[in-house]
Design a protein around this ligand. Structure first.
Ligand code: ADP
Ligand code: ZN
Length: 745
């Protein structure tokens, strides 16, 4: 059978066409090719190679290969194939994101500049002549005699062109066109940082990683390879220093290093740490994130592909960095949800990292102070090795956590919407009076509200799924979004008989207002999705906070990540219930993580820290275990709940979503798919019922969802893919399959 190539045509419309592969031409996915398109010449990238579906004489042949080597490495193509099968995503879609547009399209290319090099200096009479008759040429030569070479721009640009031409003709200088790197960090100076002597906990972690690096370097094919390492180190235990020294170890052995971080804008410190430690090798560090310009991305990508950049630090999509000879992969803050890509192609960056490490045969370290239960489960069952660092690196103690029962506070303040308890207010007051700083968190996601009694804190839950029911105002119903169970809205709290069940919430803006009234003299800043929309706003605010120009920083969970501010001595969670009582089985885990991370923000310096947690449900396990810094206790308790209901990590959960501007059509489509999925359902899949999403309408589209669970992710994914392929969907409906879903909103 003749072979055909699917080619993604360069250009904004991203067309894909099939071309025949001429005999003898070695065309692989990722190759750049020249192809005919409507009687002109075009260029494109090969997405896939397969047996031709149409008789090959009907296909136009590829004209030529542009580069002999494909743009992506063999291992990355294997990774793409794995993704396609596991997540049920067409390979082409994955290939498109593997090679960024900036790299694919010929409109972007390396940036060059003209550089003037000194060849020889005139002597004797020649020099005298030049000094007298052409003083400008003489000045240029004088400058060059110091520096050796200077760019045309530095020498004065267009105004000196004629002089340089004359010098070139006389054979004194030579003008060359040279590539310049568009450095995203250009202009920033990094002072080289020296490695810290490691403490015993760090040392043990470091040695374990080095051992893994060595084991993988050993070429004996029969050697058993080390497992992925889960590095569970409490907040402030100095994990970054371990990564830095392990990275150096791998570099010294001529291997390259890939570090994934949750979000560059929110974790600028990690990038800075790498830039500083490897300041001497600055050209070898590449940074990849979504805010790069096309030109910067082009340059960074080619520096990586060519092997010039040996260390890559980047957000989730950097998992596709085409590093050759990968010798160490680190996923920092591996529990973070930002690793989940929620746009096509959907994937989880951490999970892909584990797969890529096994394809590349390289060690991988997943680090966190609050490991995801998925990873921790893998450690408990022996799939991963667990390494722990239980002490803070700087010897500081973990902060004291105080739980404030807002039910009592509401009674005291005679208001159902107490925002600031007396204790927290006094705490803030005394800290800012002493010139210390405060961080306050208010989690607020677009979730529909659950029903919570302001008096006793009771939350209405589904009996079948143990998740909070969601209140639907229009139908006056409580609905379980996983199983479809419905209940009437109680007039009084089912537990304590209190009338008036709390539906009102408050957001960061309201809190800001209250804070300004209570602390009129304090310098206050707010960071949330609204204020962060302005470009550079996050960075600026964090910088000002670090420089102590802000006393109180108020924000959503986006500021809870890995920040290191020694002068922050008080952290407060204004309403822990907001992240706790949402219809998502990971709500407890997220709350535990949030509280632990926030607690880790306070008292990082010499001063002791203090954390206040305001809540209507002070007894909930996430809050109690976080208070006692008891990760294992939390995991045990949470595992029990997850096993009972078959939630991950005991099985995989996927969502099938339908979206449309026509409500009935979206609903009908999902019901139809549900019926077909049910018809020959493999044994180990459990199927929920179609339901409106908790956010039932967004961007003008009605949204419905269906939950699937299975112990075998592949069986699940393939079954859904099979049914989707057999079903003709109405044009007005978008159906999304989200394997290992994280967003149940
Ligand atoms: P983590 O990422 O584990 O939360 P960090 O990497 O932020 O912890 O480290 C916390 C602090 O401890 C940092 O200020 C770091 O410079 C410091 N630190 C790290 N290792 C050492 C060490 N061996 N000795 C002293 N201080 C250290
Ligand atoms: Zn239910």
């Amino acid at each position: 059978m003749p072979q055909a190539a699917k080619v993604l045509i360069d250009g904004p419309s991203e067309l894909v066409f099939d071309y025949a592969i001429p005999e003898g031409m070695a065309v692989l996915p990722g190759c750049r090719v020249r192809i005919p398109l409507q009687r002109r010449n075009a260029t494109g990238t090969v997405l896939a190679v397969a047996e031709a579906e149409v008789a090959s004489f009907k296909l136009k042949p590829i004209e030529a290969l542009i580069d002999p080597e494909p743009l992506v490495t063999k291992n990355l193509i294997k990774l793409a194939a794995w993704m396609s099968d596991y997540y049920g995503t067409p390979l082409e879609q994955i290939m498109r994101s593997l090679v960024p547009g900036a790299v694919r399209q010929e409109t972007h290319s390396a940036k060059t500049k003209l550089v003037v090099h000194l060849k020889r200096m005139p002597e004797g009479e020649d020099l005298d002549k030049l000094t007298k008759r052409a003083p400008r040429q003489h000045t240029i030569l004088a400058l060059l005699s110091v520096k050796g070479a200077l760019s045309l721009t530095d020498l004065g640009g267009g105004s000196v062109r004629a002089s340089i031409k004359a010098l070139e003709e006389a054979g004194y200088v030579e003008v060359k066109s040279e590539a310049v790197r568009r450095d995203p960090e250009g202009g920033e100076e990094f002072l080289e940082s020296k490695p810290f002597p490691l403490n015993p906990g760090q040392q043990a972690a470091f040695e374990a990683i080095c051992k893994a690096v060595d084991a993988y370097a050993d070429t004996d094919p029969d050697a058993t390879l080390p497992k992925p390492i889960l590095l569970h180190g409490v907040t402030g235990s100095g994990k970054t220093e371990v990564y830095l020294q392990a990275a150096q170890y791998a570099l010294d052995r001529n291997r390259s290093v890939l570090i994934l971080v949750p979000e560059i804008a929110l974790t600028p410190q990690t990038v800075q740490h790498f830039k500083s430690r490897f300041a001497g090798l600055q050209d070898q560090v590449a940074v990849l994130h979504s805010h790069l310009s096309q030109g910067e991305r082009f340059d960074e990508w080619h520096r990586i592909r060519s092997g010039q950049a040996r260390i890559v630090v980047g957000a989730r999509s950097a998992i596709f960095a085409p590093l050759p000879d990968l010798g160490l992969l680190v996923v920092d803050e591996e529990h973070e949800n930002t690793y989940k890509q929620e746009n096509p192609p959907r994937y989880h960056g951490r999970d892909l990292a584990v797969v890529r490490a096994s394809i590349e045969r390289c060690p991988i370290v997943l680090g966190s102070a609050t490991p995801s239960l998925e990873s921790f489960h893998n450690a408990r069952t022996g799939k991963y090795d667990l390494i722990r660092i239980n002490e803070r690196a700087d010897g500081a103690s973990l902060p004291l956590i105080r739980i404030i029962d807002m039910r009592l506070e509401a009674k005291k303040q005679k208001s159902k919407f107490a925002i600031l308890s007396d204790k927290l207010r006094n705490g803030i007051e005394s800290r800012i009076t002493d010139g210390e700083q405060v961080i306050l968190f208010l989690n607020r996601r677009g979730f529909a509200r659950s029903l919570q009694c302001p008096d006793c804190g009771h939350v209405c839950e589904c009996q079948h799924c143990a998740l909070p029911l969601t209140y639907h105002r229009s139908e006056e119903r409580l609905v379980c979004h996983l199983c479809g169970y419905q209940a009437i809205v109680p007039r009084r709290c089912p537990k304590c008989n209190e009338p008036g069940i709390n539906l009102q919430g408050y957001g960061t803006e309201k809190v800001e207002e209250v804070l300004r009234a209570v602390f009129p003299k304090a310098r206050l800043a707010r960071l949330d999705a609204d204020t962060a929309r302005k470009k550079g706003a996050v960075r600026e605010t964090l910088r000002a906070f670090k420089a102590r120009k802000i006393d109180i920083l108020l924000g959503t969970q986006m500021i809870a990540k890995g920040l290191d501010f020694p002068n922050v001595t008080l952290a407060g969670i204004l309403n822990a219930d907001l992240s706790l009582h949402i219809p998502d089985f990971r709500a407890g885990e997220r709350t535990f993580q949030l509280l632990t991370q926030v607690a880790g923000r306070a008292g990082r310096g010499e001063m002791e820290g203090e954390v206040f947690i305001q809540t209507f449900t002070p007894h909930s396990p996430s809050i109690q275990f976080a208070r006692h810094h008891d990760y294992d206790g939390f995991a045990d308790q949470e595992f029990e709940f997850r096993t009972q209901f078959g939630y991950p990590p005991f099985g995989h959960a996927a969502l099938l979503l339908s979206k449309s501007t026509h409500e009935r059509l979206a609903e009908f489509t999902l019901q139809n798919l549900h019926k077909r999925l049910e018809a020959d359902l493999p044994k180990n899949i459990s199927l929920g019922v179609p339901n409106p999403c908790p956010t039932s309408k967004s961007h003008g589209q009605f949204r419905f969802q269906l939950l699937l669970r299975s112990s075998s992710p592949r069986t699940l994914s393939r079954h859904v893919q099979k049914i989707l392929a057999q079903t003709t969907l109405p044009e007005e409906v978008t159906v999304v399959f989200d394997m290992d879903a994280y967003d149940f909103g």
